[in-house]
Design a protein around this ligand. Structure first.
Ligand SMILES: [Zn+2]
Length: 553
């Protein structure tokens, strides 16, 4: 056998099986089919859970949903597809679909507009913790390999006129299939969507694309200057003449279910429990993520008539306090205040200044107490200081506390929660609360030593967290279906006798109020109430302390 023939045979034999030549439209259909089959596990398990298939007819129904999903995504993508755009477009879609399906699959994340908002507002440090080896591997398999396949796929060469003709034909076909499949499964599909409204946020990658589009469309220009609220605000003079200092501590991702004071079977708040604090027993958050909850906590409108645009385009509680003559500052140990502190002094402790409390990425929340101590000497007038903690920010709970607080073991020492048992995840999470307890205890210790100030502290968390209950992790589920773990938060009040006297606050009355259900909606109005601030924006019906003032009211 001549050598050249042998070589050509060998090369033919070892050549990869050839991929069939496809039109850009056919390749898009293939991608949409793959999305339906391989990137929507969570959607399909939600469908099965909502209506467990009993017979062949039910399975047919489910197959019908698959046809609808595929045709719908196809019809949306087809107008963007031509011979030049198809490969970059499909590669991008595959990457988005892979990332979205990883988070929905592993953490039960729903990609609605709040989640996209949260993603867009996440800083690189927070994002860094979510970039685990598990995610990298998943992306390699579900984005890298498919993208490689897409780029190698041979495409049919056509003149642009014929290409356009094909495009229109495909689109007509896609719309036809969509219409027929919709008609056939309309009844069951519409009742499914009516009863499980949130399920649409699981359709991948459409969920991320539609929600991003909605966020973009809604984020039209806001007014350059935030509109003022409560400009009429004024403070009642301190009853004793002693300046008031209220420190508000904003918790992060701490849930009531694991808060010792709120009845958790583990004592995660031993130090606060030994102090004379008032713990609110049933507190619901405004949102299930920081981007919603944090601005909402400082706004006059709460969850009841939540309006993101209104909140973003108006001043916050802190500005009202300033109008009333309070000194206000925000000290941040997190990714910022989401606009809440724009009108007041705000800063973050510098990690270099606290080498024992900070590494190159994060500082422990103890830095906030240190920063507060620095400021105290200069507090001579009514003042409110907000300390924004890193709290239990996930998924790296184990990085939120020093070694001495590793009381509950074994702990999960991984950002990739899938690598840990639920018990070890809870242990790490609880250790972080134990540390928060000690930070608050130290803070109260500092405040009670201030003889020339009437001091008080309010601690309240922004939202809760799922730690594996029902297969859910982290937070950010649409509120309507979010479990209590994500929406019930701890809230704890401490005040010095001097503060109670200054504010004319009856402690027993407040303790009684604390047994009633309250929510983030009450914060704005109650803080104005205890601080003796009067303004048209304060709604006394939402002020928890309204009935507890001895000399005011
Ligand atoms: Zn948060």
């Amino acid at each position: 056998m001549p050598e050249s023939t042998f070589l050509s045979r060998l090369s033919r034999a070892t050549r990869r099986p050839r991929l069939p030549v496809l039109s850009p439209q056919a390749l898009t259909l293939l991608a949409c089919l793959a999305f339906t089959l391989f990137y929507n596990q969570r959607f399909w398990s939600a469908v099965m859970a909502a209506a467990p298939p009993a017979g062949l007819a039910d399975w047919g129904q489910i197959a019908g949903y698959g046809v609808v999903m595929t045709a719908l995504q196809l019809v949306v993508f087809l107008p963007l597809v031509n011979r030049l755009s198809v490969k970059p477009l499909l590669s991008l879609l595959v990457l988005i679909a892979a990332a979205v399906s990883y988070f929905t699959g592993h953490y039960g994340t729903y990609f609605d507009t709040h989640m996209i908002d949260n993603v867009l507002q996440t800083d690189t440090r927070e994002a860094g913790e979510l970039l685990t080896p598990g995610l990298a591997l998943y992306l390699l398999v579900f984005a890298g390999l498919p993208a490689l396949l897409i780029w190698r796929w041979p495409l049919r060469q056509r003149s642009w006129q014929r290409g356009l003709g094909m495009s229109l034909l495909w689109l007509a076909g896609g719309v036809g299939v969509l219409a027929v499949s919709l008609l056939l499964s309309f009844q069951s599909l519409s009742s499914l969507m009516r009863n499980h409204h949130e399920m649409r946020f699981l359709v991948t990658p459409g969920n991320a694309l539609v929600s991003t589009g909605q966020v973009m469309a809604a984020s039209g220009p806001l007014p350059e200057e935030r509109l003022p609220i409560g400009e009429d605000a004024h403070r009642q003079a301190s009853a004793t003449g002693t300046p008031r200092l209220l420190v508000m501590v904003v918790g992060e991702t701490v849930r009531a279910a694991d808060w010792g004071l709120s009845g958790y079977s583990r004592q995660t708040t031993p130090r606060l429990a030994s102090r004379d604090v008032i713990n609110f027993h049933e507190v619901t958050s405004c949102g299930t993520n920081t981007a919603v909850s944090l601005p909402c906590m400082f706004a006059p409108i709460g969850k009841g008539n939540y309006d993101e645009r209104y909140i973003k385009s108006h001043e916050s509680l802190l500005d009202v306090l300033k109008h009333a003559g309070y000194q206000v500052a925000w000290i941040d140990n997190q990714s910022g205040c989401k606009g809440v502190c724009d009108g007041v002094e705000h800063y973050a402790p510098s990690p270099e200044a606290y080498p024992t409390l900070c590494d190159e990425h994060d500082c422990r929340d103890g830095v906030l107490v240190e920063e507060l101590k620095q400021r105290l000497a200069s507090v001579t007038d009514d003042t409110v200081i907000v300390l924004h903690t890193l709290g239990n920010h996930g998924p790296s709970y184990f990085q939120r506390y020093p070694e001495d607080f590793r009381a509950f073991t074994p702990t999960c020492e991984e950002a990739d929660l899938a690598q840990c048992s639920q018990a070890s995840i809870v242990n790490s999470y609880d250790n972080a609360i134990l540390y928060t307890d000690s930070v608050l205890d130290e803070l109260i210790g500092v405040l009670e030593q201030q003889r020339s100030l009437a001091t008080a502290m309010l601690y309240v968390s922004d939202h809760g967290e799922s730690l594996g209950e029902n297969g859910l992790y982290l937070h950010g589920l649409p509120y309507a279906i979010a479990p209590d773990e994500q929406t019930r938060v701890p809230m704890t009040w401490w005040s010095s006798p001097a503060f109670d006297q200054t504010a004319g606050l009856e402690r027993d009355c407040l303790a009684e109020q604390a047994t009633q259900p309250v929510s983030h909606d009450n914060l704005f109005h109650s803080l104005l109430g205890v601080l003796g601030v009067e303004s048209d924006v304060r709604d006394p019906r939402l002020d928890i302390s309204q009935e507890c003032h001895a000399t005011m009211g």
